[in-house]
Design a protein. Structure first.
Ligand SMILES: Nc1ncnc2c1ncn2[C@@H]1O[C@H](COP(=O)(O)OP(=O)(O)O)[C@@H](O)[C@H]1O
Ligand SMILES: Nc1ncnc2c1ncn2[C@@H]1O[C@H](COP(=O)(O)OP(=O)(O)O)[C@@H](O)[C@H]1O
Ligand SMILES: [Mg+2]
Ligand SMILES: [Mg+2]
Ligand SMILES: [Mg+2]
Ligand SMILES: [Mg+2]
Lengths: 332, 218, 332, 218
């Protein structure tokens, strides 16, 4: 294991502290906690969006806290949901009086911890709605879509919910927009290498020098097929075929695309993948309203990428295009 | 003769001993979790028990029930993840079952086990056979004991049962947790949470055995 | 070698095509060439900034073409300067009638090729000024600063020159701002792994599993010290000490910082490095006006990072803060 | 008796043969460059000669000088990097030295070598001993020939001299190019560009030998 770190047990907190130090214009750390809120929190009258989950997916989650995005981000240890107390306390700091949307990936650890925190907030009389991201096509069949796990598509859901909340929508409206964004988003990834949890020091799975696995999850969960590494064009078309089979997108539709690096993938490779994706989509008669290419939701030092597609309607298009300013996204 | 009861002071020492054992098993538990989950279970257990140990050092003259409730809170607060809530709640339930007691003997321990089991199964989401910590816990609850067992005998038997329950999870397919989407790939590997629970009981039994010997030789 | 690519010989062009397809709002490809210009090129009356160099450093160079940044970016093959003809032709497309600034890293291949292109443009009566980036402290002693190579600090120089040109400054003024930015910028890197040129398939140098090299260049050029991998805090302080020794920065100075990933470094690690850097600088009584953390100038799939510091005066501060919109940087 | 002159048609075939040889040496040249530079020299040479080959296929009935000038332009345009300009200019200078000639014999070739050398050393930035292609090129220019050598003999001797010049670069320290900052680390490794040049001359000599044999047996 070769990492630019100090104590392996302090990776989550030190990375968060670095983020806060780098972007004081957008966020501040909640005192004593492994969490951040918008620098201008609480915003009175605005629904607060709280996101979070295990660390190791930087810049997710805390990197998406800012204007037009989330109000709060709570980081657990590497690959572990944060516990209820910091979720609860961070929510209290971010709450602007009109309720809170919990927005996170659908993993049982996260569900257990966020649900407990939501109960504690309810006891305090604070309204909490929850939307769980379930964009990973590979993680369960279509008839059990609600069991799917959440991966890079969570970026789109935060973007949409954040923009909706910025319009001073109600909690129900913000939750509805997030639910729609999630329902319209599909992601599938490909892994070329394992990742290594700092405190463990060992790769979490084995993969041969010439192998890749399509559909692998961001914690090494099994995907849909393992085989010899193929050219980027073939990988892109296999992934897009799986996505489009799961979410039929009629010709003429408008969409957004995210080609996401898992942590150890050079930008050049992501652009080569997007080149294939973009051409496929143009040939399918789709209009790409906006493209995002980069490290948006990582898996520690895993090599590989994921492709996320969000099908847009007029509302989603408007919200996607709305301005945003946070460490991991600036859009005018 | 085996010691029949322990006090709050004993429990404190015992928990600290358990913490040491869990820390030693970190790499082993990580590798079990890497096979079917995300490879962090040993880390999480270590962090949780380190937090328990730190909390125990703070607490002085605390009743048995509060010792366990505080341990549960400390564990949950320091870890997160699935095991944080599940084991945290188990410890709190264990504590509540001892409310008003100054000593824990065999009977109290049996009740405590049941209370822990309820805290997990009452969540409604998990049942036996789902390949979780519950499979080790239920096995421990179902032990049939001889007449009037000592606490040491009770915990030893529970530990053995938990271990065999944990072993059996190898033949189960995971339905929940970060491992749940692996489906069949989880076959042939035991559930790390179940194994952790059996390790905890074994460590408790070992501590009691040592303690019994200390008493005898004294 | 495990890469998300197609033909190894086509990495440079396909990555550029992907970039153009992803960001049609900022840039367009020059027909038939491995180069891009701003989507609204030529901008009449504005000095055009042309940057370029070998591929493999994505998002440098083409990713910095856009408003407030460069007007044109010319990509060579991996680690090879582009040849004179595409530089010349791209310059012609971008030229707005008031001259061109050539802005690139100081490598002999680049110097040879860009100088030839500049001669060709002079023959056509077009004014060309050249500023070569020489920020790499490790590459030559202070008394031979003009021999130093250019690495991640080129990002700052493009940002400053781009903002200056946007103010409709003259060619001489833009060149002067770029020269000042370069003079005020220092960078040093640390490598944890080699990189592999796609068409070669072999790592370009060996480094042991527990080793790192401080000061190594972005093509594997030897650095100042090789030794056992140390904690991020120690690496950061060693690098900062070397930078500050080379460019004394009085207490109270204002600076900009870039913590740059070399291609295979997770964001979490970059934030941990910046945490150390930021604290050191605060303790040194310096004010960080702006921080950039991410993959700004990569080295294919090399693991490691570099730290760049630019000392600001009033003009540089204004230009640094000016808005910019290009694929690799959006700033309001 | 060795063939004494070649025509434009011969030159075309010869260049195409050289291209094939260079392609085969790609990995070797990369590894030489990896030792002291950025590891791309073999790739660049292959791309350059592939471009020359493509250009030659386009050109029909072209004079000898234009053949080389066009090859130089093709090489430079397809490669970039240091070697693109340097070898590109060398080829163009070689072409210009043949202006008006329909055949190249030993004398023409000696003049051509000098023209190539001037194209490099006139840039003013490079001198012998700087560990570049120039060190192989100058060695080739300094050969003392016997009386009235054939073209084959001339090129063979030049190739041998270039090779020994390239070998000697192992004892030099790099001053320019992407390798220049390595300083002493470049000691003990030959310069890849110098080696490429000797490979080119060797391939030309080999082609001539084969061609001479074909002529004899015909
Ligand atoms: N919903 C659940 N109910 C009970 N136990 C669970 C549940 N989900 C996971 N577990 C237990 O948690 C263990 C995994 O713990 P750990 O690896 O620490 O957390 P995570 O799954 O969040 O990475 C599993 O082996 C299983 O025993
Ligand atoms: N300024 C120069 N003048 C003459 N030859 C040079 C110069 N710089 C480099 N070379 C030659 O170019 C060779 C390297 O070529 P190559 O690796 O293809 O280009 P780059 O150095 O741009 O990666 C060196 O081995 C040397 O012979
Ligand atoms: Mg986990
Ligand atoms: Mg786990
Ligand atoms: Mg090169
Ligand atoms: Mg080279």
């Amino acid at each position: 294991m070769k990492k630019l770190i100090n104590n392996p047990d302090h990776v989550a907190i030190e990375s968060l502290e670095g983020l806060v130090l780098a972007y004081p214009q957008y966020l501040r750390q909640v005192k004593g906690l492994q969490s951040v809120v918008r620098v201008d929190s609480p915003r009175r009258g605005k629904v607060a969006i709280l996101t979070g989950g295990g660390s190791g997916h930087e810049p997710m989650f805390a990197g998406y806290v800012g204007r037009g995005m989330a109000d709060a981000g709570v980081a657990g240890n590497v690959f572990a949901s944060p516990p209820p107390p910091p979720i609860y306390q961070t929510a209290k700091v971010a709450h602007g009086g009109t309720g809170i949307l919990f927005l996170y990936g659908n993993y049982s650890g996260d569900v257990l911890n966020f649900d407990l925190a939501a109960e504690m907030l309810h006891t305090d009389g604070i309204n909490v709605e929850t939307v769980r991201v379930t964009d990973d096509v590979a993680s369960a069949p279509p008839d059990r879509r609600e069991e799917r796990r959440g991966i890079a598509g969570g970026f789109f859901v935060i973007k949409i919910a954040g923009a909706k909340a910025e319009e001073h929508a109600t909690l129900a409206e913000v939750a509805a927009a997030a639910t729609k964004a999630n329902a319209n988003t599909r992601t599938m990834g490909v892994s070329l290498s394992s990742c290594t949890i700092p405190a463990s020091g060992h790769p979490i799975f084995e993969i041969a020098e010439n192998e890749m696995e399509i559909g692998m999850g961001i914690h090494g969960e099994r995907g849909v097929s393992r085989g010899a590494l193929r050219p980027a064009d073939n990988i892109a078309s296999e992934i897009m075929a799986q996505i489009i089979e799961d979410l039929p997108v009629p010709r003429g539709s408008e969409i957004a695309i995210l080609v996401n690096g898992l942590g150890a993938t050079p930008m050049a490779e992501l652009f080569i993948v997007f080149r294939a994706v973009g051409r496929l989509l143009q040939n399918a008669g789709l209009t790409i309203i906006r493209t995002y290419v980069g490290n948006y939701v990582s898996s520690l030092d895993m090599a590989g990428c994921s492709i996320s597609l969000m099908l847009l309607d007029e509302e989603l298009k408007r919200l996607l295009r709305a301005p945003a300013e946070c460490p991991a996204l600036v859009q005018g | 003769m085996a010691k029949n009861e322990i006090t709050s002071q004993d429990l404190k020492k015992m928990l600290s001993f358990v913490a040491g054992r869990i820390e030693k098993e970190e790499a082993h538990l990580n590798s079990l979790d890497a096979a079917i989950g995300d490879g962090d279970h040993g880390i999480t257990m270590r962090l949780g028990f380190q937090a328990i140990r730190a909390k125990l050092n703070e607490l002085d003259q605390v009743s048995m029930d509060m010792l366990l409730v505080e341990s549960g809170l400390a564990f949950m607060g320091a870890t997160g993840g699935a095991i944080g809530v599940v084991l945290g709640k188990m410890l709190m339930a264990a504590g509540k079952s001892l409310k008003g007691k100054e000593r824990m003997g065999s009977d109290e321990f049996k009740i405590l086990l049941c209370a822990m089991e309820s805290s997990v199964s009452n969540s409604g989401k998990i049942k036996c056979g789902d390949k979780t910590i519950l499979d080790a816990l239920s096995s421990a609850c179902q032990v049939e004991y001889g007449p009037d067992p000592s606490l040491t005998e009770t915990i030893s038997a529970a530990a053995a049962a938990a271990e065999s329950g944990a072993r059996k999870t190898s033949h189960m397919v995971c339905r929940v947790g970060r491992a749940s989407r692996l489906g069949d790939r989880t076959l042939g590997h035991p559930d790390p949470g179940a194994l952790s629970f059996s390790l905890i009981l074994h460590a408790m039994a070992d501590w009691l055995h040592d303690s019994d010997q200390r008493t005898q030789s004294a």
